[in-house]
Design a protein around this ligand. Structure first.
Ligand SMILES: C[S@@+](CC[C@H](N)C(=O)[O-])C[C@H]1O[C@@H](n2cnc3c(N)ncnc32)[C@H](O)[C@@H]1O
Length: 398
């Protein structure tokens, strides 16, 4: 085999690999999951243009839901674009041949049903990739983006929504919480979890392999009455991510436990107590606490803030609040107690009065962890030499 052949084979293997990976994104959301979540956001949708940009209208329940709920929500316009899979010859099941845009502007004939003649179909010039110039133009004109985007492109997908300053309600894996591109958005209250977090079941294409767990098949009937086998997969770590306000994030988490040193030991290297279960967060502790990631399901930004440890070159220790963007001194490197207290007092006054001091701190302190406020390195979470699972650093607001 010549060099050119080897290269060609390598490239086709990698295409195949990419196509298989791309196909791992084909998880179709159930209508009931969409309905159950969307019912908490009705007030946000009045007179809004909704864009579902990872949605083949032939299989997407997002388009289905919004077209039927158009009048109920008082929408202005619904747009869906569908991705034309470049590798469709390899596994050509549900792949569409042509990327299209569907536009629905509400019921015209009074039957309150989205009839085919009321839905405008436009062929896209490109492949319908949400990152394409054509789809970005549509995005610019939209108010709220709602979909289940490809998990493999979640970072880019969210970055684009933030760049174009869009409201959104999207499905993703909870693993995304610990991505360095995603966690800061959550910490700064630019994005939060939706209502439902945890288990979710999805229809998957026929070429998905069977699995020992979280996999099943059902026999279903198509519109012509032909029976077919539908494959399903479920995942236990799915969340809705959004920047639309909802009432759950204003619910106070009721705290029952009180602090004591034995139950809440400090981390070996950080001045923060470890809390193993969200329900065990002590009601009377106002210092920094490391809590499991599941805390975000209960996170009320009026009750807690996400914080991070900082240090300067002299070894002075600071705490950064993601909520206020302010840095405060928590411990200084002066050995002498009086000098320590004097320095504390000086910093406290600067902190209150001097924005230049804050600017100075922002420039001259450095973060102690790879992701500010998230302990996901086993070295960080050690308590008496034993590592805990990933923890988020929080503080109760008084
Ligand atoms: C997790 S599935 C969800 C599909 C649909 N939104 C739903 O919820 O049923 C993600 C979809 O995004 C499509 N997709 C993959 N890459 C894309 C891209 N670059 N631009 C737009 N859509 C893409 C996939 O083909 C897949 O159908």
């Amino acid at each position: 085999m010549g060099r050119a052949d080897i290269m060609a084979k390598k490239s086709s293997n990698s295409n195949l690999h990419q196509a298989k990976n791309a196909k791992k994104d084909e998880f179709y959301t159930q209508l009931s999951d969409i309905e159950n979540e969307l019912k908490h956001y009705k007030e946000h949708f009045k007179d809004k243009v909704v864009y579902c940009n990872c949605d083949d209208p032939r299989v997407s329940n997002f388009f289905h839901y919004f077209s039927y709920a158009f009048e109920y929500l008082g929408l202005k316009k619904l747009i869906a674009t569908c991705y034309k899979n470049q590798e469709r010859d390899l596994f050509s099941t549900n792949s569409s041949e042509q990327a299209i845009m569907l536009v629905y502007e509400g019921d015209k004939n009074g039957n309150r049903i989205p009839d085919p003649e009321e839905i405008g179909i436009v062929e896209l010039e490109g492949d319908g990739d949400f990152r394409s110039a054509e789809c970005i133009e549509i995005l610019k004109g939209a108010d709220i983006v709602v979909t289940n985007p490809p998990f493999s492109l979640f970072r880019e997908y969210v970055a684009q929504l933030i760049e174009y300053d869009k409201k959104f309600l999207i499905i993703g894996s909870q693993n995304a919480i610990t991505y360095k591109e995603i966690f800061p958005l959550i910490a700064q209250n630019k994005m939060w979890l939706g209502y439902k977090n945890g288990d979710m079941s999805f229809k998957v294409p026929d070429h998905y392999e069977a699995r020992a767990t979280r996999y099943w098949e059902t026999i279903e009937q198509d519109n012509e009455g032909n029976k077919f086998t539908q494959k399903w997969r479920s995942m236990g770590n799915i969340s809705w991510f959004t920047n639309l306000d909802h009432s759950k994030r204003h619910e106070e988490l009721i705290l029952y436990k009180t602090y004591n040193e034995d139950d809440y030991p400090k981390y070996d290297n950080y001045d923060a107590i470890n809390v193993d279960k969200v329900a065990d967060i002590p009601c009377d502790y106002y210092g920094v606490m490391g809590v499991p990631i599941t805390f975000l399901d209960k996170y009320n930004p009026q009750q807690f803030e996400i914080v991070a440890f900082r240090e300067d070159k002299d070894g002075n220790k600071y705490l950064y609040s993601h909520k206020t963007n302010l840095i405060e001194l928590i411990d200084n490197a002066f050995a002498d107690t009086i000098a320590r207290e004097r320095e504390r007092e000086r910093v406290r006054r600067c902190h209150q009065t001097n924005t230049q001091w804050q600017e100075h701190l922002q420039k001259n302190t450095y973060q102690k962890m790879a992701i500010d406020g998230l302990m996901n390195n086993p070295k960080d979470t050690q308590v008496k030499g034993k590592s805990k699972y990933a923890r988020i650093l929080i503080r109760q607001l008084q």
